[in-house]
Design a protein around this ligand. Sequence first.
Ligand code: SF4
Ligand code: SF4
Length: 72
Amino acid sequence: MALKIKVLSQYCKSCGYCVHFCPKEAIAFGKERNGLGVFYPVVDEEKCISCGICATVCPDAALELREEENNG
Ligand code: SF4
Ligand code: SF4
């Protein structure tokens, strides 16, 4: 089991807090828009240290630190 950030893209309002506060520059806006018509972030799992800061600062609960199986 490993902790991973899950992006619940439908809740994102594209404020950019997660991108700004990530200590590893591991989260950045992608090229796709959500149902609200805004760009949402994607996580670079090679850089992410699962610190959870992005999930803490997100005002829209669009990021969750979850335990995930390695196969998924
Ligand atoms: S969990 Fe930490 S390292 Fe990973 S994307 Fe979020 S703020 Fe960055
Ligand atoms: S902090 Fe939350 S709402 Fe803001 S850009 Fe990141 S995921 Fe979207």
